[in-house]
Design a protein around this ligand. Structure first.
Ligand code: HEC
Length: 251
């Protein structure tokens, strides 16, 4: 028996229901744009157009594959230089791509084999003139930097808490049986955002945490959808709640 009084939507002033409804409409549109943004910025990183765990691993922890330099001389640039010179470049990259070794060995190879095309005159061909330019092709992709993650974390923690606080307050007027289901649906998104953001960092250390990023995102989406649909439906279309409330002695 629930002795705490709570107000079903049908007992709220109409203006409040209008405010609740339009808030949900605008937040719902916002949620769709947020999903589009997630797809636009992450899907397809692994070569497959759908959003997958591999996309998230690459986004947060990097591809861990070759540098662009190694990929190029193994792949499309392989015909541009003899095998032993390719091996010199690979050894230089793997050995830490030092300036010293570049000046001693690599500069000559680049000069002889690469610069006639990579002299910076064609914007579609990366400029490889000099150590600094060559180094741009030697960076290992390590995903988003910690600083980027920190910036995005605080925006998400504040923004998503506001969104779910507002939606939870609206949803708290709904009738659900048993009543604790409502509290669970309210609690999950807050726990999920903490798990989600922690997993961005943890994916850098251990890639399978990308699953938690995906699962917690999905759980937030499901809870948002439940809160949205139940609130709108009970606000305008559900007639039985008042009698139910009386029967259950909750008002
Ligand atoms: C005959 C012209 C030519 C020569 C010589 C040449 N390249 Fe290229 N290179 C290209 C073109 C065109 C592209 C851009 C298109 C592409 O990526 O296939 C390119 C792209 C690259 C890229 C970027 C690949 C990426 O990830 O986008 C690297 C790195 C590279 N070349 C390295 C080299 C090196 C090292 C040499 C010398 C051993 C070399 N290239 C010689 C024409 C050349």
């Amino acid at each position: 028996m629930n002795t705490n009084p709570w107000l079903h939507y049908s007992l709220l002033p109409p203006a409040m229901r209008v405010a609740y409804t339009l808030t949900l409409v605008v937040l719902g549109i916002g949620y769709m744009f947020a999903m589009l943004h997630v797809f636009g910025s992450h899907a397809g990183r692994d070569g497959n157009p759908m959003l997958s765990v591999d996309d998230l691993i690459i986004a947060y922890s990097g591809s861990k594959q070759d540098t662009r330099m190694e990929a190029a001389i193994k792949g499309p640039m392989a015909a541009m230089l003899p095998q032993e010179e390719a091996a010199m470049i690979t050894a230089w990259v793997r050995g830490g791509a030092t300036r010293q070794q570049y000046d001693a060995e690599i500069d000559k190879v680049m000069e002889n084999r690469c610069i006639r095309c990579h002299d910076g005159s064609n914007p579609h061909i990366p400029n490889l003139v000099g150590y600094a330019k060559a180094m741009e092709m030697v960076q290992l992709d390590t995903g988003m930097t910690i600083f980027t993650l920190i910036r995005v974390s605080h925006i998400h923690l504040f923004g998503i808490t506001f969104i779910f606080f507002i939606v939870s307050i609206i949803f708290s007027h709904a009738h659900m049986n048993p009543p604790w289901v409502k509290s669970v649906v309210v609690a999950i998104p807050f726990l999920a955002i903490i798990a989600d953001i922690a997993s961005w960092y943890l994916t850098k250390i251990y890639a399978p945490f990308a699953w938690i990023v995906l699962i917690s995102g999905a759980m937030m989406g499901v809870c948002f959808a439940i809160e949205w649909v139940v609130s709108i439906y009970q606000m305008w279309f559900y007639k039985g709640a008042l009698e139910l409330n009386v029967e259950e002695d909750v008002i």
